[in-house]
Design a protein around this ligand. Structure first.
Ligand code: SF4
Length: 420
């Protein structure tokens, strides 16, 4: 079900390539720390790198504008003029009319200005100049034999105020967030730890902070900041990073002896094809489907063991879907395709609104997202009475953490004697 590390998949998506980490020279990118910090094996297994699509191009365009506005927010004399980028082709459901493109540019610029203004606000009380490092690379750090690489969207350093802030501008919708003091955003906290390890002078009284600005996040606040934090906090983060990199180093030395650690972080894992965890749980799911086991019969411990590893199922299913799609595209005899006529959808939402207004049917209109309305410049005091909070989102977590053995055992006792 999974591939040995030396073997390529039979077919890979167009534009994709396989990268095999060199175990003698382990390497990690801070942008993937969320994954390798929890599953060291993912840093050393082969990875399938897929071509970036229109959403990634949109993010790149938004970052160009964000960088410009960030520089301008710290230096109002900044006189350069930025030619606004156009929306990339191929965005799902995008209105490519001249009005739709102009609205996109306005929104990208407004988001960028908010990004710059909020970042500059963190230094508004300073009387000394702030050094603004944009797209700042750190690539010369090796810890426990593992090379660490990062590119930070914003590193803001005010030597006079003895203050460091690291920021990340996210343009995707999948919520990222800054986390908490005890469980901060991995990428930002890791970059702070590296900056405080020889990249800036660390004098007593140094304060550090981090922020994530994600204007289009599906839920949570777009602007999230953790500050001020202390040098001790940054040093704790460095200790944590060292521990994670020691685990990566051990995995590189003995990948076969390293167990995968599945969890939420498996989503989009580029190594899933080579990962034994997805196969183990796919096998377990089949035993339920075959009637050898039923979920209602599981003990409390078994339920939580499986719950804690549910992302592996999702990853497995996603991979399966991708393979089936490729088989169909390659006209494989193993699959037939049934086609259902697509539902009717509006071809031009803006014209639909005009038509409804013309017929005096404003009652049929649905308001857009709150951030979109904010970005359109509607005064906050008028919006405030219109906004409430959705119910809190509850996340159920197993107190025993990941328990793969327990999850497998939940099914193994139902297998025929002698079967594995
Ligand atoms: S799929 Fe999950 S468990 Fe497997 S290597 Fe990736 S992160 Fe680790």
């Amino acid at each position: 079900m999974t591939l040995p590390a030396h073997k390529d998949p039979i077919d890979i998506p167009a534009g994709a390539r396989i990268v095999r980490p060199d175990p003698a020279r382990p390497f990690v990118a801070m942008s993937n720390r969320k994954r390798w910090s929890k599953c060291a094996l993912s840093a050393v297994l082969p990875q399938l790198k897929t071509a970036s699509g229109p959403p990634a191009e949109e993010g790149t365009a938004a970052h160009v504008v964000g960088e410009f506005e960030l520089a301008r927010a710290f230096n109002p004399e900044h006189s350069a003029i930025l030619a606004m980028p156009n929306p990339p082709a191929g965005l799902d459901g995008f209105d490519y009319s001249p009005r739709g493109c102009a609205d996109w540019q306005t929104q990208v610029r407004d988001h960028a200005r908010t990004y710059g203004a909020k970042a500059a606000g963190l230094f508004a009380d300073c009387t000394t100049p702030t050094t603004v490092m944009i797209e700042h690379k750190i690539e010369n750090v090796t810890i426990h034999g593992v090379r660490v690489f990062t590119v930070a969207d914003a590193i803001l350093w005010n030597e006079g105020a003895n203050r460091l802030v690291v920021g990340d501008y996210k343009y995707g919708r999948s919520p990222v967030g800054m986390g908490t003091v005890d469980d901060p955003n991995e990428q930002v906290a890791g970059t702070i730890a590296l900056m405080c390890s020889g990249q800036i002078p660390t004098r007593p009284g140094l304060t550090v902070g981090g922020f994530v600005y994600q204007p289009r996040t599906l839920f949570g606040e777009p602007w999230q900041v953790l500050a001020p934090l202390t040098l001790d906090w940054a040093q704790d983060q460095r200790t944590k990073l060292n521990r994670e990199l020691a685990a990566v180093s051990a995995a590189a030395a003995d990948p076969d002896g390293t167990a995968p650690t599945p969890g939420e972080h498996c989503k989009y894992c580029p190594s899933a094809r080579w990962c034994p965890a997805a196969a183990t749980f796919g096998d377990a799911a089949i035993s339920v489907e075959q009637g050898r086991r039923a979920v209602v019969d599981l003990t409390d411990t078994e339920v939580m063991a499986l719950w804690s590893a549910r992302s592996a199922f999702k990853q497995f299913e996603d991979d399966l879907k991708e393979r089936v799609k490729m088989l169909a595209e390659n006209a494989s005899a193993a699959v037939t395709v049934k086609r259902r006529t697509g539902n009717s959808v509006w071809s031009n939402p803006a014209s639909v609104v005009e038509t409804l207004m013309l017929h005096d049917r404003a009652d049929l209109l649905q308001p857009p997202g709150i951030e979109k309305v904010r970005a359109a410049g509607i005064p906050e005091d008028q919006l405030k009475p219109l906004i409430t909070r959705a119910p809190d989102v509850l996340t159920y977590v197993s107190v025993a953490g990941k328990n793969l053995d327990g999850a497998s055992a939940a099914f193994a006792k139902y297998l025929p004697k002698g079967a594995k």
